[in-house]
Design a protein around this ligand. Structure first.
Ligand SMILES: CCCCCCC/C=C/C(=O)SCCNC(=O)CCNC(=O)[C@H](O)C(C)(C)COP(=O)(O)OP(=O)(O)OC[C@H]1O[C@@H](n2cnc3c(N)ncnc32)[C@H](O)[C@@H]1OP(=O)(O)O
Ligand SMILES: Cc1cc2nc3c(=O)[nH]c(=O)nc-3n(C[C@H](O)[C@H](O)[C@H](O)COP(=O)(O)OP(=O)(O)OC[C@H]3O[C@@H](n4cnc5c(N)ncnc54)[C@H](O)[C@@H]3O)c2cc1C
Length: 609
């Protein structure tokens, strides 16, 4: 399809999804799932995933009563317009202004520079009638920083942009992926006026007289929508990783290459240790991210309930965990999808393998909802603050509770003596805790050598990111272990999940061996024992690998992959797909007579000469 056809087809599907949601007796979760699956990525997704939550989180009761009924019936279609051409990561650097005019009791929205143009918001370019806009609030000449406003963008009768608004699509994005069905847009305001009651005023407000009343709660609650999406992105990482691993595992069981004895059958590539070493950690990651995603959803729900009771105690933890786990799981999943493509050899590069499309649609997850490095630096800031408070009498809690055992963890030596010890949850956990703590403390010690802490932080950014990642990997490993200790139906299932848990943990030790050795968390001999155990775990997982991906229960339609078909009937279907290609409509291609024939003829002529 051309981009316009792709876009229009997505509109058709989104409206169809909405019709189904209204007609079918669905639970909230089911309708959210339907909205997500039928429209990923699409404007419907962001209306529900960002526009509506922003109003719920930052609107007053009156504003919610006015706008949510319209949004819930989709009588208005909204997007989340925060990022600008010149600023995305640095939200406090946004340039769009919202200047209060007491004469008219209005805000004047303006894009003072080209870099202040809104740029990227999904659904902004062509579909949305409204947006939650983030702009610098200015009253009486004073800049109060970035705040949220609900703004109508288009005429509700003919969809034309309102006067004072220039709006459009930012153009084709990465690859040929479905993200090109999404109208990520640009928007400029030219002294565009909105009523004062369209500033989202649950946190801060402006009175009729133009007096700014700052929030009496942490200003970062304005970021709540981003935090909620980051939380869902972690579970989405598991889904995307599982899709890629399902395709690569099933194909690795089908594909045979080399190894035939006396003309016998060739070896399944899934039996090569290199294939297992690349594939099974990704299989383990799909399960690991699912379990940490379940836990993160609990954490987010818990902090949301606490916030409603004005309890902000766990807000920093929730921010650090959503930021860090979103960053870590999306980076791992993007790399994992690409690895799955390579695990499928040449056929993995075919569009019909489903992997190029999955990669093209998935990789922006490393950037949207927060650049992954910028988010890990938020985690690093949280860790440095926690380390600085050690010994203050305030015991670290939650995911940093291990730091409360700093005295032990800083000097302990791993008691791993044999390969089987690497199946001991307490020993594995302590290894990850020691590595994470020692990296964080090392950063804090190096930071303390700088007179200017901000300068020191800037100098140590790379180390700080690595310490943040170590902390996040500890969280994932610990939540997998907790899951195993919980109720899991079926002894066989539990055994398989246990194998995957330790494959996940031990592959991380191998991958980040430098950290573990340089922090003396383990010795090289213990690392060798870990590798030995890892190979043994691969052997145990191998017989169940296909069953473990079948367990994701993805339909062939959803996987969209000839290589990942449930029936494994790959080769005939590859031909079937190939013959569908328009290039095969004729056996002699267009262009033969204009270009190929003259070339050959010219060659023949010169040959005769
Ligand atoms: C699921 C599939 C669908 C996906 C659809 C994708 C659609 C995409 C949508 C988007 O991309 S929307 C735009 C996303 N943009 C971002 O994520 C921007 C990233 N940047 C930021 O979040 C912030 O700029 C920042 C990096 C957190 C910095 O913010 P700020 O300058 O205001 O704060 P700091 O000075 O760094 O920190 C001050 C203080 O505040 C704490 N804090 C920061 N953010 C939060 C938060 N979200 N929640 C709670 N607390 C927060 C921070 O930890 C500091 O605390 P202290 O250290 O002072 O205690
Ligand atoms: C597909 C897609 C959909 C999107 N949808 C939306 C949407 O619906 N609404 C919306 O508002 N936005 C949206 N965005 C924008 C997105 O949120 C931003 O692109 C994202 O937050 C990253 O910001 P940036 O582009 O400014 O990156 P930058 O911050 O400019 O990143 C560029 C590089 O600079 C580095 N960097 C930046 N700051 C620091 C620092 N302090 N220390 C170290 N390194 C640093 C980064 O790590 C990165 O390597 C979308 C983006 C994409 C790709």
């Amino acid at each position: 399809m051309t981009r316009k056809e792709l876009f229009k087809n997505t509109l058709r599907k989104s409206v169809h999804a909405w019709k189904l949601i209204n007609e079918l007796p669905l639970s909230d979760d089911e309708s959210l799932m339907l909205r997500h699956f039928m429209d990923q990525p699409g404007f419907l997704d962001l209306h529900w995933r960002m526009f509506v939550p922003a109003i719920k989180g930052q609107g007053t009761e009156e504003q919610k009563q006015k706008w949510l009924p319209l949004a819930n019936k989709m009588q208005i279609i909204g997007c989340y317009a925060q990022t600008e051409l010149g600023h995305g990561s640095n939200v406090q650097g946004l340039e769009t202004t919202a200047t209060f005019d007491p004469q008219t009791d209005q805000f004047i929205l303006h894009s003072p520079t080209q870099t202040s143009s809104k740029w990227w918001p999904g659904g902004l370019g062509k579909v949305s009638t409204h947006a939650v806009i983030y702009a610098r609030l200015i009253t009486d000449g004073k800049d109060h920083g970035v705040h949220g406003f609900i703004v109508q963008l288009r005429n509700m009768d003919d969809h034309s942009p309102l006067p004072g608004i220039t709006i459009g699509d930012i153009g084709v994005k990465f690859g040929n992926g479905a993200y090109n069905s999404m109208d990520n847009g640009f928007l400029m305001f030219d002294k565009f006026c909105i009523p004062r009651d369209q500033m989202l005023m649950r946190l801060s407000k402006v009175t009729r007289e133009g007096k700014y009343v700052p929030s009496d709660v942490p200003r970062q609650l304005m970021y709540g929508t981003m935090v909620s999406v980051r939380q869902t992105i972690v579970s989405n990482a598991s889904i995307a990783m599982a899709r890629a691993v399902c395709i690569a595992t099933r194909y690795s069981a089908v594909r045979r290459q080399f190894g035939s004895q006396n003309g016998g059958i060739e070896t399944q590539v899934i039996d090569y240790k290199t294939q297992q070493n690349r594939l099974f950690p990704l299989l383990a990651s799909a399960y690991a991210f699912r379990f940490v995603g379940e836990w993160l959803k609990w954490l987010y729900t818990d902090v949301t309930q606490r916030l409603e009771a004005s309890d902000f105690a766990t807000l920093p933890e929730a921010h650090a965990c959503t930021a860090g786990l979103k960053s870590m799981t999306t980076s791992a999943t993007s790399d994992g999808i690409e690895e799955c493509r390579k695990l499928c050899g040449g056929h993995g590069y075919l569009w019909c393998s489903g992997l190029p499309e999955l990669f093209a649609v998935y990789v922006p997850a490393c950037t949207y909802e927060g650049d992954n490095v910028v988010l890990q630096l938020q985690v690093a800031r949280f860790l440095m603050k926690t380390v600085s408070q050690l010994g203050s009498g305030k015991a670290p809690a939650g995911t940093t509770a291990y730091m409360g055992r700093a005295k032990h963890l800083l000097q302990c030596r791993s008691s791993i003596r044999k390969a089987e010890d690497w199946l001991n949850p307490a020993m594995v956990l302590e290894t990850f805790e020691a590595r994470a703590l020692r990296m964080a403390v090392s950063c804090a010690n190096n930071l303390s050598k700088f007179e200017n802490q901000e300068q020191g932080f800037s100098e140590l950014l790379a180390d700080l990111v690595e310490a943040a990642i170590a902390h996040c990997q500890l969280i994932v490993v610990s939540k997998f272990i907790v899951k195993l200790e919980g109720e899991i139906k079926g002894k066989g299932v539990k055994n398989q999940l246990k194998n995957l848990c330790y494959i996940y943990a031990l592959h991380l030790i191998h991958k980040h061996l430098g950290d573990f050795l340089s922090t003396n968390s383990i010795t090289s001999e213990q690392a060798s024992l870990a590798n030995h155990q890892l190979r043994s775990l691969y052997t145990q997982v191998r017989p169940n690998a296909v069953a473990l991906v079948d367990a994701f229960d993805y339909t062939d339609h959803y996987l969209g992959s000839v290589l990942g078909r449930y029936d494994g009937n790959v080769y005939p279907k590859l031909f079937e797909e190939a013959l569908k290609d328009p290039l095969n409509d004729t056996v002699v291609p267009d262009g033969y007579h204009e270009y190929i024939r003259p070339l050959i003829k010219q060659h023949l002529r010169s040959a005769r000469l």
